[in-house]
Design a protein around this ligand. Structure first.
Ligand code: COA
Length: 335
């Protein structure tokens, strides 16, 4: 590590759509119940983007809030990554739309698709890029409109997801910051969670739309099994890379997919639940936005302090997974 810059989170921000859809709202149009959704997942409500609202709109709001929080101006950003699996368009990247809107004129900008693990991946990639000194400030955003990927008649899937964006600003710090990351993928599980049509292998046609092949298909039980196993493993690997153990965790900020998955992971790590941050009750699974949204809310709620060891872990389609260990740095400690 000697000679390399430490890279920390200088500020956080988030934005969610105004429209709240509760489990009771879903009960009215779907064969489901608040009791089922709440007991199986912990989700109570989710935010759904308005028809004229897209991933870039949420990303821009979250990015502005994070830049404000970090006291960094858009033209100081050298690298801008939007982690998303719901880009505004297939081309160009949503990141360039965000870049233009922010006026981040010096920034290289690209999208990263690792589904729900996107933020964990992007945080690591940006940290590595800054560590060598070639870039000084990065904006890492997770933003999604998952509500557009689900079949609203498929009760096993649509109740789980919501829309949101979260962002962090990264920069050099004296010590601490992102201590380690552990990323993984297993494409053998690509068909456990996927959207069959709408890419260039199977472009959308009236027939694909009729068959809902433009919507997410999920093997819930297999994904559940995978998630429970990989979360604990990824956290332990990321911690061990920087000489830490689960006992060192001040706050655990996991991907907010399902309360039962998080409880199992916490149990595996022998973590008391007061060290686990949860907001999935309000937002459901917002994919790549989930962790940065949770980080931002945890900061605002006074749950994260300078010197804390914050551990994040994501998992999702791919299959992919990733954990980050962050020693939280004090406001204004950028060098
Ligand atoms: N409301 C009411 N009933 C529902 C329902 C809903 N929204 N969704 C499914 N059901 C029914 C099923 O049809 C099934 O009925 P059946 O027994 O008559 O066939 C029953 O509930 C049980 O379904 P099952 O799939 O066994 O439930 P589960 O306890 O495994 O929970 C999930 C389902 C989806 C909550 C769970 O598998 C899960 O969370 N998986 C991980 C998903 C995830 O996190 N994906 C994103 C990863 S990033």
């Amino acid at each position: 590590m000697t000679g390399l810059t430490s890279v920390g989170i200088l500020g956080t921000g988030s934005q969610v759509p105004d429209n709240v859809v509760t489990n009771f709202d879903l009960e009215k149009r779907l064969d489901t119940s608040d009791e089922w959704i709440r007991s199986r997942t912990g989700i109570v409500a989710r935010r759904i983007a308005a028809d004229n609202e897209a991933t870039s709109d949420l990303a821009i709001g979250a990015a502005r809030a994070a830049l404000d929080d970090a006291n960094v101006s858009a033209d100081e950003v050298d690298l801008l990554i939007v982690a998303t699996c719901t880009p505004d368009r297939l081309m160009p990247a949503t990141a360039v739309i965000v870049q233009a809107a922010l006026g981040a004129t010096k920034a290289a900008a690209f999208d990263l698709n690792a589904a729900c693990s996107g933020f964990a991946y992007a945080l690591d990639i940006a940290t590595q890029a800054l560590r060598g000194g070639a870039y000084r400030r990065a904006l890492v955003i997770g933003a999604e409109v998952m509500s557009r990927t689900v079949n609203w008649n498929d009760r096993a899937v649509c109740v789980l997801f919501g829309d949101a964006a979260g962002a962090v600003v990264l920069g050099p710090v004296e010590k601490g910051g992102v201590l380690s990351s552990y990323l993984g993928a297993d494409g053998a599980g690509a068909n456990l969670l996927y959207i069959p049509a709408g890419g260039y292998r199977e472009p959308n046609t009236p027939a694909t739309l009729e068959a809902n092949r433009n919507c997410m298909i999920m093997n819930g039980r297999e994904v559940y099994r995978f998630a429970v196993q990989v979360m604990g493993e990824a956290v332990i690997k990321a911690l061990s890379q920087c000489g830490l153990t689960p006992d060192n965790i001040s706050l655990f900020v996991p991907h907010q997919a399902n309360i039962r998955i998080i409880e199992s992971a916490a149990k595996r790590l022998a973590l008391p639940f007061d060290k686990v941050f949860i907001n999935l009750d309000k937002y459901g699974n917002t994919s790549a936005a989930s962790i940065p949204l949770a980080l931002d809310e945890a900061v605002r709620a006074g749950r994260i302090h300078a010197g804390d060891i914050v551990v994040t872990v994501g998992f999702g389609a791919g299959l992919t997974w990733g954990a980050n260990v962050i020693e939280w740095t004090a406001k204004g400690s950028s060098v």
